[in-house]
Design a protein around this ligand. Structure first.
Ligand code: SF4
Length: 461
């Protein structure tokens, strides 16, 4: 849909002030960390008097929160900027900011290709957006803020400041760790988000308490390698498993999820926490990426297919009903037929309940981009095959649940059918069931009746 069918609008004057205020729109691409950053951006803008717009056409201020993990979301961001250019031609008072991973690594290119952008802001500087907006309104000069915390000695401790005033939501994301030190050869995240650093435990506990007091019943803890939480917290270091136990003691917090762990760092204390701690859900999203050791080595993933298998065996032995999902990449440089067959074999062996499957996308300044690339048609055909195999497994895994009674947290009506409610089981299956008068956040017992690719249709127990 085109964005340009709007009529020019005038910023309303801010009561009692000389600066103009109006409405904002944040367009987000990418992962949960970006979604959470967008909430932070919104809080910051509201703190200086902006209110939400329902579309970019009506907004006085548009922020793009971008993703660089593949080329496609970057292309979408540039295309969106092209549409905004036409809006800004008609309405020069529109303020445009670019944030997120693409802003961090392609700021100069954004400036060149989209000179109508007012500011570019990196992933560690989200808190500065209100000040950048003020500056843009006053001076109309281009600005950029891209600082990432420097590594000093062995550790990096700076974590982004957080905006205050988060609103009540049934399910909330809570970042506990920023950046990544793993440097997988396909991944741009260490460049876009900087080195790994953890939030102080007391900050996290305070934030979660505040969210629960406002109505949050489920939190998802976020980190690029979330289970290495604690690195850099020298004094009174808390491990990820310990953090789960601490948070589980917050009254009113019903469910704790987390994403994404790194397989090598998945230790027995974490498996015990999943088994023993009631609010910690029986679900784990464990990125495998590839099912052949040579591929894993070229990706610089520091585990083998067998060591990954051992972790899954230990998890399933301790928590038999655990839901397991994963990430998979096909067409990584040099991927042979035999290596791809290894990935298919691993998917059949590990029987995942769901998977995010992608075709490799070379990212600038990563080692993978310099390796010999796989023919695009070959990679596309492999992705189709992988999706076909995983989908069959997923449906069969859901069919195996039929007849089982599950604890489901009610989220509200299904957007497609108001006669149904929807929610997730503890093992992260989407469940739909006949509507009744029940508050969102209530835990209900639902028996699975039919299985689908997307999840389960159920009935009240
Ligand atoms: S672990 Fe690897 S894939 Fe994940 S964020 Fe770090 S470098 Fe990227």
């Amino acid at each position: 849909m085109s964005l340009i069918s709007l009529s020019p609008s005038v910023l309303p004057a801010r009561p009692g002030g000389s600066l103009q205020r109006g409405t904002y729109y944040v367009q987000t691409w990418g992962c949960q960390m970006n979604e959470e950053d967008s909430e932070q951006i919104a809080l910051g803008l509201e703190s200086i008097g902006f209110t939400p717009a329902t579309s970019p056409r009506e907004a006085h201020l548009v922020i793009l929160n971008t993703c660089s993990v593949r080329k496609k979301p970057e292309d979408k961001a540039f295309s969106f900027l092209g549409e905004l250019k036409m809006i800004k031609d008609a309405r020069p008072d529109l303020v445009i900011g670019v944030a997120g991973c693409m802003a961090q690594v392609r700021a100069d290119e954004i400036r060149k290709r989209a000179p109508h952008v007012d500011f570019v802001v990196g992933t560690a500087q989200v808190i500065r957006i209100p000040a950048l907006v003020e500056e843009a309104l006053q001076t109309r000069r281009f600005q950029k803020r891209l600082d990432l915390p420097e590594r000093k000695g062995a550790i990096v401790t700076d974590v982004p400041q957080r905006a205050v005033g988060r609103q009540a939501k049934l399910k909330s994301f809570v970042p506990i760790q920023y950046g990544c030190d793993k440097f997988c050869t396909y991944c741009i995240v260490p460049a876009t988000r900087g080195r790994e650093r953890s939030r102080p435990t007391e900050d996290i506990v305070r934030e979660v308490r505040g969210l629960v007091a406002q109505g949050t019943r489920e939190i998802t803890l976020l980190g690029q390698t979330v289970n290495s939480y604690g690195k850099g917290l020298e004094e009174g270091r808390v491990t990820f498993a310990q953090l789960l136990r601490i948070l589980s003691g917050i009254p009113g917090l019903q469910r704790i999820r987390y994403t994404s762990p790194y397989p090598r760092d998945f230790k027995s204390d974490l498996i015990e926490a999943i088994r023993d701690v009631e609010p910690v859900m029986e679900h784990c999203h464990m990125p495998l990426q590839a099912g052949h050791d040579d591929l894993l080595r070229r990706m610089r993933r520091v585990y083998t297919v067998e060591s990954y298998a051992t972790i899954l065996e230990n998890l399933r032995a301790a928590v038999p009903d655990i839901g397991l999902t994963t990430d998979l990449i096909v067409g990584f440089p040099g991927e042979t037929d035999e290596e791809f067959e290894g990935t298919l074999a691993a998917v059949r062996r590990f029987q995942f309940d769901g998977a995010f499957m992608f075709k490799y996308s070379p990212r600038p300044n990563t080692p993978g981009a310099l390796m010999e690339q796989v023919d695009d048609k070959v990679a596309s055909a492999r992705l189709d095959e992988l999706i076909r195999v995983q989908t069959e497994i997923q449906i069969a895994r859901n069919e195996a649940q039929v007849g089982r009674t599950m604890e489901v947290m009610v989220e509200g009506p299904s957007p497609k059918n108001k006669a149904l409610l929807q929610g997730y089981s503890r093992d992260f299956r989407m469940v739909h069931f006949p509507a009744r008068e029940v508050e969102p956040g209530t835990l209900v017992a639902i028996r699975a009746v039919t299985a689908h690719k997307w999840g389960l249709m159920g009935e009240w127990e």
